[in-house]
Design a protein around this ligand. Structure first.
Ligand code: FRU
Length: 456
C-alpha cells in the first residue's frame, strides 16, 4: 500500500475538466452513455481505497462534458464478484424486458470477475439495469448472460446494429489470445458468437477494452469502422497503450483494410502516443452522430504509485473523434478535445511549429522551475514530450521516459494545441491526427507558457 498522506500533489493540482473520483482510486471509463440530456460516465473504482481492488462501477454525470458530478456507486462489488469494465445502452425497444409500462431501461453490460476470495477465476458477462435514468441499478437475476468458462474474457462493448429489425452486437476480448470476439443478440440476454478478429499489430500484452463504431469522412462521405483495442503492456510509449484498426463491419464480422507485418510499433495506428491514455471507449447514444471518447489518463506501469491522494488517476478530456484523409493519403483518426467555454484552471495553448529548418520548443512551467517540454521538429516529422523535470518523477523508474510520435509525411507547418489541467497534459498535433497524453505531478500548476524557435 502506498502512503500518500504527505504528498505535495494532493489537492492543489487536482484537474478541473479531467474527471477524478473525489476520494478513491479510478481506472477505466465504463458505460459511457448520453440519455435525456445527461452524459453518464461510469468508472472502475475501489470505493474504499486509492489503489486497485474491490472493483465496482463508480458514476458521474455532466451536461457539458467538462463539469462532472460524482454520484453514488452504480454497481458495487459483492463477496463473489468484482464489476470489471463494460458498456451501457439505452434499450429503446425494451428487448430485454426490464422496463415496465412508460419506463425506459438503461442496461449496463459488465464483466463479472470472480472475487479472488471466492476460490474461482472466471470472467463472464453480466447485466445490470436502471429504470430511473441511471440513478439506481439492479443486477439481472439471470446473470451471467455469457460465460465461456474463461478467466481472460472481458470488457464487453455492446451497440445496436441496423434499424428496427437490427440486433445487438458485443465486441469482447479473449485477452491473452489477443483476439476481439463478436457476438450478436436479439435481447441482450442470449448471445451467439459470430466471428473473431486478431491477433494483429501490437500483441506485446493482453488485449483489453475493445470498441467498434463507424465514422464518415466529412468531405468525401467515405465510411470506415474503427476498432479500438487497448493493450497492456506493449504500448507504443511503453506499458499500456491504445491502438486502432480501420475496416468494414457487416453486423457480424470486422474486416480490416490494412494489416502490416512489422516488428516496429510505429508502423501501427495508435489513438495516442503518450504514456497515459488507456482503455479508451466512446459514448453511446450521442445526438447528431458525434463520436465522443474518453480514455483513462494513466498507465498500469505506475498507476498505483502516482503521488496524489486520496484520489488517484484522472480521465482524459472528452474527445470528439473524426475520420480524415491525412496529408500522406492515409485515412486516420483525428481528435479534438471538448474544452470549457468559460475560463477555468485548465489552460489551452495554440501555436505553430514551422517547417524550413530548426525546431520549436514549447515549455509549460511554474515558479519552482518545474517544466514540461514539447519539442517539434517539423522537418524530421517528430514530436517529443519530456517530463523529466516536470515535478515529482521519483515514484517510478520509468516515469521520466520521453514520449515520441511520428508526424505524417506531407504535413507542412505543424499546428499544435497543448492543454494543461492539473496532473494531465494533452498534446494535439497536425489537426489532432497525432495525440500524446502525459501525467505530471508539479508542486504547483504550470502558470507559464513559452514557445521558442531555434534555427539549427
Ligand atoms: C483495463 C482492465 C480491464 C478490466 C479492468 C479491471 O485497464 O484491466 O481489462 O476490466 O481494467 O479494473
Amino acid at each position: 500500500m502506498t502512503s500518500t498522506a504527505t504528498s505535495p500533489a494532493t489537492t492543489s493540482i487536482r484537474p478541473s475538466a479531467h474527471f477524478t473520483a473525489r476520494r478513491s482510486w479510478l481506472n477505466d471509463p465504463n458505460g459511457l452513455l448520453f440519455h435525456d440530456g445527461v452524459y453518464h460516465l461510469f468508472f472502475q473504482t475501489n470505493p474504499s481505497g486509492s489503489t486497485w481492488g474491490n472493483i465496482s462501477w463508480g458514476h458521474a454525470t455532466s451536461t457539458d462534458l467538462v463539469t462532472w458530478t460524482e454520484r453514488d456507486i452504480a454497481i458495487p462489488h459483492t463477496e463473489d464478484e468484482m464489476a470489471f469494465s463494460g458498456s451501457a445502452v439505452v434499450d429503446a425497444h425494451n428487448t430485454a424486458g426490464f422496463a415496465g409500462p412508460g419506463e425506459t431501461a438503461l442496461v449496463a453490460i459488465y464483466t463479472a470477475a470472480a472475487h479472488p476470495g471466492s476460490g474461482r477465476t472466471t470472467q463472464a458477462q453480466s447485466l445490470a439495469f436502471s429504470v430511473d435514468a441511471g440513478e439506481t441499478w439492479t443486477r439481472y437475476a439471470g446473470n451471467p448472460v455469457l460465460d465461456i468458462g474463461s478467466s481472460e474474457f472481458r470488457d464487453p462493448k455492446v451497440f445496436w446494429y441496423g434499424g428496427d429489425d437490427g440486433h445487438w452486437v458485443m465486441a469482447v476480448v479473449a485477452a491473452t489470445e489477443h483476439r476481439v470476439l463478436f457476438y450478436t443478440s436479439p435481447d441482450l440476454i442470449s448471445w451467439t458468437k459470430t466471428s473473431q478478429f486478431g491477433p494483429a499489430h501490437a500483441t506485446g500484452g493482453v488485449w483489453e477494452c475493445p470498441d467498434l463504431f463507424p465514422l464518415t469522412v466529412a468531405e468525401t462521405g467515405e465510411t470506415r469502422w474503427v476498432l479500438i483495442v487497448s493493450l497492456n503492456p506493449g504500448g507504443i510509449a511503453g506499458g499500456s497503450g491504445t491502438q486502432y484498426f480501420l475496416g468494414d463491419f457487416d453486423g457480424t464480422t470486422f474486416t480490416p483494410e490494412r494489416i502490416v507485418e512489422s516488428d516496429d510499433l510505429a508502423d501501427f495506428d495508435w489513438v495516442d502516443y503518450g504514456h497515459d491514455y488507456y482503455a479508451a471507449v466512446s459514448f453511446a447514444n450521442v445526438p447528431d452522430g458525434r463520436r465522443l471518447m474518453v480514455g483513462w489518463a494513466s498507465n498500469w506501469l505506475y498507476a498505483e504509485e502516482t503521488p496524489t491522494g486520496p484520489w488517484r488517476s484522472a480521465m482524459s478530456l472528452v474527445r470528439e473523434m473524426s475520420l480524415v484523409r491525412r496529408a500522406d493519403g492515409r485515412l486516420a483518426l483525428a481528435q479534438a478535445p471538448v474544452l470549457p467555454a468559460a475560463p477555468s484552471m485548465l489552460r489551452a495553448h495554440r501555436f505553430s511549429a514551422p517547417r524550413g529548418g530548426g525546431r520549436t520548443t514549447a515549455s509549460l512551467s511554474n515558479a519552482s522551475g518545474e517544466e514540461f517540454v514539447v519539442t517539434v521538429d517539423a522537418d524530421a516529422r517528430v514530436i517529443a514530450c519530456d517530463r523529466g523535470a516536470s515535478g515529482d518523477t521519483g515514484f517510478h523508474a520509468e516515469f521520466r521516459a520521453v514520449a515520441r510520435a511520428p508526424l505524417p509525411a506531407g504535413v507542412g507547418d505543424v499546428e499544435l494545441l497543448i492543454v494543461a489541467d492539473g496532473t494531465v497534459v494533452e498534446v494535439f498535433a497536425a489537426g489532432g491526427t497525432v495525440c500524446l497524453t502525459e501525467q505530471v505531478f508539479p508542486s504547483a500548476p504550470y502558470n507559464r507558457f513559452e514557445v521558442r524557435h531555434t534555427a539549427e
